[in-house]
Design a binder for this molecule. Structure first.
Ligand code: CP
Length: 311
């Protein structure tokens, strides 16, 4: 008997159980069926209103949440910090409470400060979904990544996944580590010493500094971009040198003697962490990840909406 999610909010993968993730995946399977029908919509959340609050730039996550909400027939409002009264000094809590007083039930929050979603969940009366909080977590990205691995390889358990690049500044890396481990995968992080947090091995991940060794080991390589916007000092001599050591080319892939799956959360910096030839190859499932993002976000919103008192 399934009693729904164990949590009232989606703040991070850290706070989900394996059963929660399995339930989100099962629900996403149903919604994937819906979004591939001629009429890509269900009336499930006609009585729910959701505010999408983005304090940081986004293409994929923002549009994917908005589409997921529309496919569920929820009412939505979109908030961008640049065009708001935040610039006049209003706090996050005051801003959100003003929005909630317009009878909003759920907030999807992207914010540059780690812990912003957790903080908000304690301060306001609404379901909160973390759409990326600084360098901390990006739970729906990790869910759609793991779901895409399952779809491609049949299972996540037992698979070897290498996360390559700027691990230090990546919320995608941390959320992926939690999600993949909860589902029984082995995880390796690979990158220059300066871009790998010192104590990351304590999370039970392997650490590798040689790209070819990482690729020889893994079934799936998740290539991350360098998060220049979060770096106030230089962590490597130049982009060119980073690319020479960690850029994934077709020549490297073809030299492996096996077919690995290539993932990327986007946005891609073509020619830096991955060449166009690899990003557009049959081994890459980058656009499948984006497609699955809508089903995963529909599932997450739907399951959290069940926690709202709607009478
Ligand atoms: N993957 C991801 O979070 O992309 P956006 O920053 O475009 O939302």
């Amino acid at each position: 008997m399934n009693n729904g999610l164990s949590t009232d909010h989606l703040l991070g993968i850290k706070y989900l159980t394996k059963e929660d993730i399995d339930l989100i995946f099962q629900t996403a399977d149903s919604f994937k069926g819906v979004i591939n029908r001629p009429i890509k919509k269900v009336p499930a959340l006609r009585d729910v209103t959701i505010a999408n609050m983005f304090f940081e730039n986004s293409t994929r996550t923002k549009l994917s949440f908005e589409l997921a909400e529309k496919r569920l027939s929820a009412d939505i409002i979109n908030f961008s910090s640049g065009a708001s009264s935040v610039s006049k000094g209003e706090t996050l809590v005051d801003t959100v409470n003003n929005i909630l007083s317009m009878k909003v039930d759920m907030v999807v929050l992207r914010h540059p400060i780690p812990g912003a979603a957790l903080f908000l969940s304690k301060e306001v009366d609404a379901r909160i979904i973390n759409a990326g909080d600084g360098t901390h977590e990006h739970p729906t990205q990790a869910l759609l990544d793991a779901y895409s691995i399952k779809e491609k390889l049949g299972e996540v358990a037992g698979k070897k996944v290498a996360i390559v690049g700027d691990i230090k500044h990546s919320r995608v890396a941390l959320s992926n580590i939690y999600a993949l481990q909860k589902l029984g995968a082995e995880v390796m992080v690979c990158g220059p010493t300066t871009l790998i947090p010192k104590h990351i091995a304590q999370l039970g991940v392997r650490v590798e500094h040689n790209l070819k060794e990482a690729l020889e080991w893994c079934d799936v390589a998740n290539m991350l971009r360098i998060q220049m916007e979060r770096q106030d000092i230089s962590y490597f001599p130049s982009i060119r040198e980073y690319t020479m050591q960690y850029g994934l080319t077709k020549k490297i892939l073809d030299g492996l003697g096996k077919n690995i799956v290539i993932m990327h959360p986007g946005p891609i910096n073509r020619g830096v962490e991955i060449t166009s030839e690899v990003a557009d190859s049959d081994q890459a499932i980058i656009l499948d990840q984006v497609e699955n993002g809508v089903a995963i976000r529909m599932a997450t919103i739907y399951l959290l909406a069940a926690k709202i008192d709607r009478v």
